[in-house]
Design a protein around this ligand. Structure first.
Ligand code: SF4
Length: 316
């Protein structure tokens, strides 16, 4: 079966082996972050609706989970904001009832958490990883470039409400963008917000893949350490280590590579970790995709990344 709404499983630096469930079309999001690995948001919206048919999602989940794969998490994530799908609660209930052995995770940009319906729908999820990069409106506009209907303070209120109603684990993720949210005032504002939100854990990350804006640089480790120290309980996330051998998603390694690159640029090392193949084998699939013009090489200061080739007609 060819999957349209599932991807991976990917070895994640936070989650181990995680099967991704993508509930919205590419770049359907409430934000347009400067660091987004998936490019510019082409549908910046607050509208919640059934972006992809639930029946298709159930069919794919049943097909994949019938093989009883070993997974650390089934994760709602992908190339947009998963809580924009009005049926995310249905998928959560479906998985909890039919496949209770699997833990669920949600990666969210936090912008819809001020909506009580959203909070109710995601309550049964085991781990929620909301992002909060700033606690000031000015920086929010520059760094996350939100839909005009979203205010940073409402996002923080949503997180505070989530904490008071949700008994699972909350891991707040903060992306550090040098020159934007690494100033003393910014970090002090973030610390105050975190004191109200009371997450179980906080993780700091910075650029390690090409983002939407080419001028964006990664923060240096010293800055990250200072911020982590000031925030008190924050952990700096490094590059993930290769995970255990995982069964391939379908018979086509090249399709798995292509589907992964559709969601984020990767180095050859990332792809090796994903497929757990020998370097020569991985190279064969990469060469195949390069020769078909489906992917291209992007030389960055941080290394050589492979990414989807954007054709002029907008099709991949
Ligand atoms: S990083 Fe996440 S929240 Fe930001 S634009 Fe990309 S998909 Fe949306």
């Amino acid at each position: 079966m060819r999957y349209r709404h599932l991807f991976g499983p990917v070895p994640s630096r936070r989650l181990g082996v995680s099967l991704g469930v993508d509930l919205v079309p590419l770049k359907t999001c409430t934000l347009n972050c400067i660091y987004c690995e998936c490019g510019e948001t082409n549908n910046c919206t607050l509208e919640r609706k059934e972006y992809v048919p639930l029946e298709e999602v159930y069919e794919e989940l049943n097909d994949y989970l019938a093989k009883q794969p070993e997974l650390d998490y089934i994760t709602f994530s992908g190339s947009g904001e998963p809580t924009l799908h009005s049926g995310i609660g249905n998928v959560v209930s479906y998985l909890k009832q039919k496949y209770p052995a699997y833990k669920l995770c949600l990666l969210t940009n936090s912008t819809l958490l001020n909506d009580s319906k959203v909070r109710e729908q995601i309550k049964p999820i085991d781990l929620i990883v909301p992002s909060l990069d700033t606690a000031t409106e000015e920086c929010f506009k520059r760094l996350n470039r939100p839909h005009r209907g979203i205010k940073c303070q409402d996002v923080i209120e949503g997180l505070v409400k989530l904490r008071s109603e949700y008994s699972g684990e909350i891991l707040v993720e903060i992306f550090i963008a040098p020159g934007l949210n690494d100033t003393p005032d910014e970090i002090a504002a973030l610390k105050s917000a975190l004191e109200r939100i009371k997450p179980d854990r906080v993780q700091l990350g910075t650029l390690d893949r090409p983002g939407t804006e080419e001028w964006l640089e990664p923060a240096d480790y010293h800055t990250m350490q200072n911020i982590a120290f000031y925030l008190g309980n924050a952990e700096i996330i490094g590059k993930f280590k290769p995970g255990p051998k995982i069964s391939t998603f379908n018979d086509s390694h090249s399709r798995q590579i292509y589907e992964t690159l559709k969601r984020r640029p990767c180095t050859v090392a990332d792809l090796k970790a994903l497929l757990n193949l020998r370097p020569a084998e991985i190279q064969k699939y990469i060469n195949h995709l390069l020769s078909k013009g489906k992917i291209e090489i992007d030389h960055q200061e941080r290394g050589i990344f492979l990414k989807i080739k954007n054709n002029k007609d907008g099709k991949n």
